[in-house]
Design a protein around this ligand. Structure first.
Ligand code: ADP
Ligand code: MG
Length: 364
């Protein structure tokens, strides 16, 4: 559980320290005050990435050349941990004041899942957003996945660069294609296994929330559909001329997609907005459940819920709160203090123009 959060030059927060001594925390305030920025900062400490931007530079407060975010984490194993990120020209990570050089050793000290209005697009838009979700999820689910993904991305870049030459070095191409094939098979296997688990959990959630006999599942279409490293490497070698002309590698998990199916029909094409929204919600709830199962009972999980709960019908909302309450800690944003009984014991924090105060009269 996060005990506090410190921000320096983090978006519209110049120098802010907030204490969280509650399992359920609510950030209230009108639009543009900095509620989502707090959720983003907590997410950044968990994943070293923003859910808003691929460029951490954008996070620096206007006119400053660095940002800092840190938090004191009370772990479920009974010891405390100080997590610190400094982002200037380079990134500096520390745990308990000792430098950490590998992102994978920092990521996942606690496991954050963000529920965002834009989650709907994971269901309704193109493959890239689904790949991004699966990648982010697997980075906190599986310590080695990030290394596989980085090795794959580096080899892909190198192969594409080599193919731009008139007479590319074939030995180098063969070497990179070998790495691509090995990593493609590893990445594909992990995606398949985890998507199967997410699919089963989502099917269960659909039934739990909506009742009836709605049949949900995820169909994963791996790219390549082979588990054979040699065969994949051979295909890459055979595609060199074609890929050189296209200026990209036309085979591999960087092109993967998966489909969300309700009663065997793709939600993306046939789902109502309500069904797609529910699928997006169940997707994130499934992610939260699977991450909470790693150490058991939701340990180490943090739910970040941005402007989502208000849009749900009452039965979905009840189910949603029920599942979110199984996490170790949760943060919600609302424009007004919620009246729902679920928040009776929550800590209410008022956000105003990049500064935070305990709301008057709230149970703290
Ligand atoms: N890099 C930045 N530097 C300074 N202010 C920023 C930066 N990025 C965003 N902001 C400001 O943060 C505010 C938006 O915060 P946000 O958390 O999205 O608000 P809310 O969720 O309360 O509607 C806006 O006032 C915006 O101008
Ligand atoms: Mg917001």
């Amino acid at each position: 559980m996060l005990k506090n959060l410190q921000l320096l030059n983090y978006r519209n927060y110049v120098d802010e320290k907030i204490d969280f001594d509650s399992k359920t925390n609510v950030l209230t305030g009108t639009n543009g005050q900095g509620k989502t920025n707090i959720l983003e900062a907590v997410y950044f400490l968990s994943m070293l990435r923003s859910f808003r931007t691929a460029s951490p530079r954008e996070i620096r407060g206007i006119g400053s050349d660095f940002f800092h975010v840190s938090a004191f984490l009370n772990t479920s194993r009974g010891y405390d941990k100080l997590l610190e990120v400094d982002y200037a020209e380079t990134r500096r990570l520390r745990i308990d004041s000792s430098p950490v050089f590998k992102a994978s050793e920092f990521i996942g000290s606690f496991k954050a899942v963000a529920f965002l209005p834009s989650d709907l697009m994971i269901v309704t838009e193109g493959a890239a957003l689904r790949r991004r979700f699966v990648n982010m999820f697997l980075c906190s689910y599986d310590k080695i996945y990030l290394a596989d993904l980085n090795d794959y991305a580096n080899a892909l870049k190198s192969r594409n660069a080599l193919l731009k030459n008139q007479n590319p070095d074939t030995d180098a191409l063969t070497a990179f294609e070998r790495i691509l094939a090995e990593k493609a098979v590893a990445i594909t296997a992990k995606r398949a296994a985890v998507l199967k688990k997410i699919s089963e959990e989502m099917a269960r959630l659909f039934r739990e929330i909506k009742g009836g006999n709605a049949l949900f599942n995820i169909a994963y279409t791996p790219h390549p559909s082979t588990e054979n490293i040699e065969a994949h490497a051979a295909k890459l070698a055979a595609d060199r001329a074609k890929d050189a002309a296209r200026r990209s590698t036309s085979l591999g998990p960087h092109l993967d997609d998966c489909q969300f199916l309700l009663n065997d029909k793709p939600l993306r094409a046939f789902g109502s907005t309500g069904q797609c929204r529910l699928a997006a919600l169940c997707l994130k709830l499934a992610a939260l459940k699977l991450l909470g199962d790693i150490d058991g009972g939701g340990a180490g999980t943090v739910a970040l819920v941005d402007d989502v709960a208000g849009e749900l019908d009452s039965e979905t909302q009840d189910a949603f709160f029920g599942i979110v309450s199984q996490t170790e800690q949760s943060f919600f944003t609302f424009t007004a203090t919620p009246s729902d009984a679920y928040f009776a014991d929550a800590k209410i924090l008022e956000v105003k123009n990049g500064s935070i105060s305990n709301a008057a009269g709230a149970a703290i």
